[in-house]
Design a protein around this ligand. Structure first.
Ligand SMILES: [Fe+2]
Length: 304
């Protein structure tokens, strides 16, 4: 079975491009890669782009870009997916140009209104144009592990899981089930790709206004989490979750509200799975310390 290599890029539809530009560059530490009519792209490493924003009032995820190591592996994936009844459309040359990939395919998510894109051969910038962050002391953790992870919600967990496992070839990392408030249970499943980032996608069944709960970016030095946290405080950002630690992927992170309303998890220390020795577990806590909820800028201890 030909399976996806990693989650290589994400595309969000956003209503306020200008606010997003300063948030991505000056809070998250990304590099503006390109600005065109109705779109922005950002670099996080030696790829031409990892995060793409398109003007769209939905303020939500538009596409998840799944990378393959070669055109041959992508072609085998397309054949086996179509045999399973999944309808994959070839990317137009215009879309491939915008995504800065050699080529690919796309299909609608089987449950939620966003798209999965499958591509090979991402474009690299010239050698004399290395990734430069105005703020990072270290770097984003990307490369073969991909851009980070996403946590979309689904209205049909069984259907979503069938797609992620049987079509994309993802593997379950673990589960977390916690009653976070009276009668309000979060039951999330985390899945990894063959390159082993603890999860490239986490999924939970919920009826919420937005598809995307959060997008996670990981940095290579804990200081960069603290420095980004201070930049977010200074920028007056709302923290969905203060700094804390997840028991499953071992990520120390905070969750800051993006200009689109969904959250960005900014973390350090996420583990990489070796399938030869990995054991799937069910955890009873989303966080084993910290991650205090809903701290507004006005009540933030650094602002009083
Ligand atoms: Fe996360």
């Amino acid at each position: 079975m030909s399976v996806v290599s990693n989650l290589g890029y994400v595309v969000f539809g956003v209503s306020e491009l200008q606010r997003w530009e300063s948030f991505a560059v000056d809070v998250l530490g990304m590099q503006l890669a390109s600005r065109s009519t109705g779109a922005l792209a950002f670099r996080m490493d030696d790829y031409c782009q990892r995060l793409v924003l398109e003007t769209n009032p939905i303020d939500d995820i538009v596409a998840a870009g799944w990378e393959f190591e070669s055109e041959t592996k992508l072609a085998a994936f397309v054949d086996q997916s179509q045999a399973k009844g999944v309808i994959l459309e070839p990317m137009t040359s215009e879309l491939a140009r915008r995504r800065k990939v050699e080529g690919g395919y796309s299909c609608s998510d089987p449950v939620m209104p966003y798209v999965h894109e499958f591509y090979f051969c991402p474009e690299m910038p010239p050698l004399n144009s290395p990734f430069v962050s105005k703020h990072l002391k270290s770097s984003f953790v990307t490369g073969p592990l991909g851009v980070g992870h996403i946590l979309p919600v689904t209205r049909d967990l069984t259907k979503s899981m069938n797609f992620l496992v049987d079509v994309l070839g993802l593997r379950v990392s673990d589960y977390i089930r916690e009653e976070v408030g009276p009668g309000f249970v979060i039951d999330a499943t985390f899945l990894h790709t063959k390159t082993g980032r603890h999860h490239s996608i986490g999924i939970a069944q919920a009826e919420l206004p937005k598809i995307l709960n959060h997008f996670m970016v990981q940095v290579a030095d804990m200081d960069d989490v603290g420095l980004a946290y201070d930049r977010a405080v200074r920028a007056g950002c709302h923290f969905a979750l203060e700094i804390g630690h997840h028991p499953n992927d071992q990520m120390t992170s905070f969750y800051v509200r993006s200009p689109s309303g969904f959250n960005i998890e900014y973390g350090f220390g996420g583990i990489v799975i070796d399938d030869a020795t990995w054991k799937v577990r069910r955890y009873s806590q989303l966080s084993d310390w910290g991650h205090r909820r809903n701290v507004s800028p006005a009540e933030h201890p650094r602002n009083v």
